[in-house]
Write a protein that binds this ligand. Structure first.
Ligand code: ADP
Length: 658
């Protein structure tokens, strides 16, 4: 059991490497396969004797069952006395650690306390909650009990599974949303001397930041010093520098990069070229010049400092940098687990240690405006009561995007033929655009709302080797390449939507799998469970994938030639690393999903929210995916986490300084 847990953990963490904020794959995104008891509450001290009696007439003993959760089966065992459920022990599962933890903590305890299967599911962990309820119902049936009757047993509102709820209160800074931007803002405000309350509407912190691979793009001379500059990469720089001037700000930025590039070439350096300005120029270029140059420059000139600030606050970064999907350059940093959950955990710990008070299950409903200034918010607390939180210094809106709100997606979409119900999202259920609605209600200007990112790498088969493009080959059901794998995400997604069944495979060899930390055990698990196709030879792999073998062999051979040539190929790909030659070979499959909403509240360099007259709304700050104006039409992979964390830090510090 422990072995499987370890495999699932490794598998999931590696899958999380698939990109930046929300850079998740659909299937098993993350895991927390616990083998220890999650709830062992004694029924004797509860309402069991009364509530459960009619329904509970059991054959005493311990029974086990499992039911389908979000990422796979959730197993548990239930112990019964003659008249009560006395203990529930959670067994093996692959549910998303952090997001699903509240379900494992609250639901078994509530079932035992109330002797009821009528307990509410936990918001943000609905499928995990349902799996627990279903598996317990199975055990009840095995013990000769009546699960239907237990479903009808009432549960008291706000029982003792509920943490102390937020009350009417006053604070210096109120932060709305507990993802990367909110936690960063809260920590930064607290470190700048403010009293801080953070409200999060779900039962767990983290939002999309938790689910993602945590990729953080920044120019970083120290970590990039061993990466070679190639002819193909040089051609990518030249191409962006050739773009005609779009605005004065763009012309000035371009001139700066041109100067740096000329100096770099004159220096004879063979190390990868990178600077904050080149990062900014690439970001603007990849967003079709729709991003705000000043905001982007604020971002890229703060990334390294913010990375180091996070390091000082407990976030561990590896020494390697790479290129996550759509990142366009070798500057994506990750934690050892390649997981945004590591960032969330460190920020939560440091925020609370610095005095931030966090309220879960607490949803901000509307902003309070007094004398033209945002002065707080009305919040529905964990008991369902509406309370008033006054914020003397400011409110930071950090509620994330609206990928999980189909109505808003359809309303604002200006980019895709279909972005409705039929298109999946790999985002947190909390990404419903609340902050955009609340901001708009107090006059905030919205920018870039029509641009919605589809993440090409959304898992279909369920497994993966890595989300890095360095050595990846993408092929379609015909066994042919169809796009430059190092392209922008919108280009990749649009290209995939043109392929048969809107699906593609990432082909790689054992060398790449090993490089990305895949052990034979993990690979074996994925193959056995149908999460990934495999074959000793390319022809065998093709057979397992159901694609024509001769076509795939030809595609791989041509790919290997291109790697050796290290020049832009017929698709324009410039990022080359390793050939695909060492069997066995592997290929998971993917199809695009809604992943990031680029539009939102307009902000300035101080993270202050701007109204429709172009003026600052006093007291209101915003950071992260709730804002617009940075990414333009297409967000660069690995730019969302730095966006959330840099502007969160700026917003928190500025709010605290009022
Ligand atoms: P970002 O990367 O911008 O921080 P995330 O998606 O990581 O975005 O985090 C946003 C968080 O805000 C999520 O955890 C989400 O549940 C939370 N949230 C969204 N709307 C509200 C709201 N009305 N009140 C409190 N929290 C909210």
């Amino acid at each position: 059991m422990k072995k499987l847990a370890a495999i699932l953990l490794c598998l999931t963490l590696l899958l999380c490497a698939c990109g930046g904020n929300g850079e998740t794959t659909a299937a098993p995104e993350t895991t927390g396969s616990e083998t220890t008891a999650a709830a062992t509450t004694a029924a004797e001290t509860t309402a069991a004797e009364t509530a459960g009696q009619g329904a509970g007439a059991y054959t005493p003993g311990t029974y086990t069952a499992s039911a389908q959760g979000n990422n796979g089966p959730v197993s548990l065992s239930v112990t019964f006395s003659e008249e009560a459920i006395t203990e529930i022990t959670i067994g093996e599962h692959a549910e998303t650690k952090g997001t699903s933890d509240p379900a494992f903590e609250k639901i078994p305890a509530a079932i035992v306390q109330y002797q009821s299967l009528g307990v509410d599911t936990v918001s943000g962990a609905t499928n995990s909650s349902k799996a627990i309820l279903e598996a317990v119902a199975d055990c009840v049936a095995q013990a000769g009990g009546d699960a239907e009757a237990l479903r009808a047993v009432p549960v008291e509102e706000g029982g003792d599974t509920q943490a102390a709820a937020l009350e009417d209160t006053e604070v210096d800074v109120l932060v709305i949303g507990g993802g990367g931007a909110g936690l960063s803002a809260a920590l930064s405000a607290a470190q700048n001397g403010a009293s801080v309350i953070l409200v999060e509407k779900l039962s767990a912190l983290g939002g999309n930041t938790f689910r993602c691979g945590g990729a953080f793009n920044t120019a970083d001379p120290e970590r990039q010093k061993d990466i070679p500059m190639t002819e193909a990469l040089a051609s990518a720089v030249e191409k962006v520098l050739e773009h005609e001037d779009v605005s004065e700000e763009h012309a000035a930025l371009k001139a700066e990069v041109q100067k740096q590039w000329d100096e770099y070439k004159a220096s004879g350096s063979t190390t990868l070229f990178d600077t904050p300005e080149w990062h900014a120029l690439q970001t603007i270029d990849a967003g079709d010049y729709e991003g705000n140059v000043e905001l982007v420059r604020t971002l890229t000139s703060n990334t390294l400092d913010t990375l180091n600030w996070l390091g000082d606050n407990g976030v561990e970064w590896t020494d390697q940098v790479s290129t996550v999907v759509g990142a366009l350059w070798n500057r994506s940093h990750q934690t050892p687990n390649a997981s945004g959950a590591d960032i969330v955990a460190a920020l939560e710990k440091n925020a609370t240690e610095n005095g931030v008070t966090i309220y879960l299950d607490s949803k901000a409903e509307e902003l309070i405006v007094e004398d033209g200034r945002v002065a707080g918010a009305i919040v529905t607390n964990a008991n369902g009561e509406k309370v008033t939180v006054k914020a003397a210094k400011g409110v930071v809106m950090a509620t994330g995007g609206f990928s999980a709100n189909v109505e808003m997606r359809v309303k604002y979409n200006g980019q895709w033929e279909d972005i409705g119900e039929s298109v999946a999202t790999n985002n947190s259920p909390g990404a419903t655009g609340d902050g955009i609605v609340m901001g708009e209600a107090v006059g905030a200007n919205l920018v870039g709302m029509g641009w919605i990112q589809l993440m090409p790498l959304n898992g279909v088969s369920g497994g993966g080797i890595s989300g890095y493009v360095n050595s990846s080959l993408y092929c379609n059901k015909e066994g042919e390449r169809f796009v430059a794998e190092d392209q922008r995400r919108d280009v990749l997604a649009a290209a995939v939507l043109e392929q048969t069944d809107k699906l593609f495979y990432i082909v790689c060899d054992s060398k790449e799998a090993e490089l990305r930390g895949m052990t034979p055990e993990i690979l074996g698990y994925m193959v056995e469970n149908g999460l990934i196709y495999s074959g000793e030879t390319i022809a065998e792999l093709a057979e397992s994938m159901g694609v024509p073998a001769d076509a795939l062999e030809k595609t791989v051979a041509e790919f290997n030639e291109a790697v050796k040539a290290d020049k832009p190929d017929e698709f324009g790909r410039t990022t080359w690393e390793n050939t695909i030659e060492v069997g066995p070979f592997y290929a998971p499959s993917f199809s695009p999903a809604v992943h990031h909403t680029m539009g939102g509240l307009e902000i300035n360099n101080n993270a202050e929210v701007i109204n429709t007259d172009g003026e600052v709304i006093p007291g209101l700050y915003a950071a992260g995916e709730v804002t617009g104006g940075i990414h333009g039409t297409n967000r660069v992979g690995g730019n969302a986490v730095p966006d959330a964390l840099c502007f969160g830090k700026i917003a928190g510090a500025n709010a605290a300084s009022n």
